[in-house]
Design a protein around this ligand. Structure first.
Ligand code: RFL
Ligand code: PHB
Length: 389
């Protein structure tokens, strides 16, 4: 089989790229390890920057998001119960959209179906071949039969545990990594959210986040030690801990109910440079991971896709390779800005086992400055709502 762009991974990055390219008349084949149901059962991101909202619309997959997504003009921050608000519109002239990654992925699959895109699911042994030669290809097993997809370009959109990044030899790439000494225990529950806006709460017991998917679906998180296991946490224990870390008025409004999903995600910052090798281009979690504190993971996948889509369109429609040549550098410039923001927000909000009272005072001083300084709030709002592409 021959195509123009072979896309490894049918998560949000791979599907968004495939959808944009197909709409521009560029042929793709998407190769996804898991079943569609499995991909759509993963509960992940919930906050979408406006740049990503517009990209999803441009891909023709924004209709349900525009109907069911909830625009948020601000968020709340709590420091040991003292609550204040960051007004995104007042501080940065922008807002974000609260709409689940699972829903975006579903909308993208539906849009791909509508245009008859080629997607292989439940494949094995995905291998990238001759990536630096003029004839790259991807081989894999589908129902026990070996398949080969020859392509002009390969997009590695296969997430952090995929095969694309390790195809690039360590002699030509460099990894940067920071592991944080805790994870987030998250639950999804069919209950009304404690607040109409997200609450990021620093507390001496540890960080907590109140997020949501809609008026009757709450997504809550608490910081936990890396040694904790999901089985150790009953729903009751979760809600008790979450309530203790929330500011009083939100704690009072907490409605509990059975969890529909419960999982622990470790926190990590990771970048692999460059994001291109020969005809292989990495996008999304395949190239970088951020801690979820700034809600940047999915949004970075979207900005990578934007740059890669531009580069590929320029190549196919304008005969220029300038965009593709610049891809890694353009994408990484924005990646490092989001890395910095997610790291700084994580460092300010969490309880670190090795922190002294002095370092805890520094966190409080940072938060007091954010509360009282319009310029600090502007920096926060600009980063949170998304730097320009
Ligand atoms: P994905 O979503 O991991 O998709 C990669 C796909 O590739 C497949 N795959 C392979 N396919 C073929 N061959 C192989 N060898 C393969 N290996 C893997 C996988 O099955 C999968 O379908 O990566 P992508 O597309 O780059 O998207 C990235 C986002 O999923 C991720 O950054 C966000 O979910 C991060 N994130 C958040 N981001 C935000 O922007 N806002 C948020 O509010 C937010 N909250 C979160 C998050 C991530 C979380 N977890 C669990 C990691 C909250 C959490 C709890
Ligand atoms: C979520 O709703 O899952 C979510 C929201 C904001 C974050 C991280 C996760 O910073």
């Amino acid at each position: 089989m021959r195509t123009q762009v072979a896309i490894i991974g049918g998560g949000p990055a791979g599907l968004l790229l495939s959808q944009l390219l197909n709409k521009a008349g560029i042929a793709t084949v998407v190769i996804e390890l898991r079943s569609r149901d499995y991909v759509l059962s993963r509960i992940r991101a919930g906050v979408i920057e406006w740049g990503a909202v517009e990209l999803i619309r441009a891909a023709g997959a924004g209709e349900r998001m525009d109907r069911e997504g909830i625009p948020h003009d601000g968020c709340r921050i709590s420091d040991n119960g003292r609550l204040f608000r960051i007004d995104f519109v007042e501080s940065a002239g922008k807002r974000v959209m609260v709409y689940g990654q699972t829903e975006i992925t579903k909308d993208l699959y539906d849009a791909q179906d509508a245009i008859g895109a080629t997607i292989f699911h439940e494949v094995d042994g995905v291998t990238l071949n001759d990536v630096v030669s003029p004839t790259p290809s991807v081989t894999f097993l589908k129902d026990g039969v070996r398949q080969t997809v020859e392509a002009d370009f390969i997009a590695g959109c296969d997430g952090f545990h995929g095969v694309s990044r390790p195809t690039i030899p360590l002699s030509v790439r460099r990894e940067y990594e920071k592991i944080y000494p805790f994870g987030w225990l998250g639950i999804l529950t069919r209950t009304p959210p404690v607040s109409d806006e997200l609450i990021y709460a620093r507390h001496e017991r540890g960080f907590a986040l109140a997020s949501m998917r809609n008026a009757n679906l709450s997504r809550y998180y608490v910081q936990v030690p890396l040694t904790d296991r999901v089985e150790d946490w009953s729903d009751e224990a979760f809600f008790e801990e979450f309530r203790a870390r929330m500011p009083a008025e939100a704690a009072r409004r907490l409605v509990t109910g059975p969890s529909i999903e419960k999982s622990i995600a470790p926190l990590r910052s990771f970048v692999s440079e460059p994001m291109r090798w020969g005809h292989l281009y990495l996008a999304g979690d395949a190239a970088h991971i951020v801690p979820p504190t700034g809600a940047k993971g999915l949004n970075l996948a979207a900005s990578d896709v934007h740059y890669l889509y531009e580069g590929l369109s320029e190549w196919y429609h304008g005969g220029s390779n300038a965009g593709l040549e610049a891809y890694s550098q353009r994408a990484l410039a924005r990646v490092w800005q989001s890395m910095r923001f997610s790291w700084a927000f994580t460092m300010m909000m969490h309880r670190f086992p090795d922190h002294s009272d002095y370092e805890r005072q520094m966190q409080s001083a940072d938060l007091a400055f954010l509360e009282t300084s319009a310029s600090a709030r502007r920096v926060m709002a600009e980063n949170y709502t998304g730097l320009p592409y």
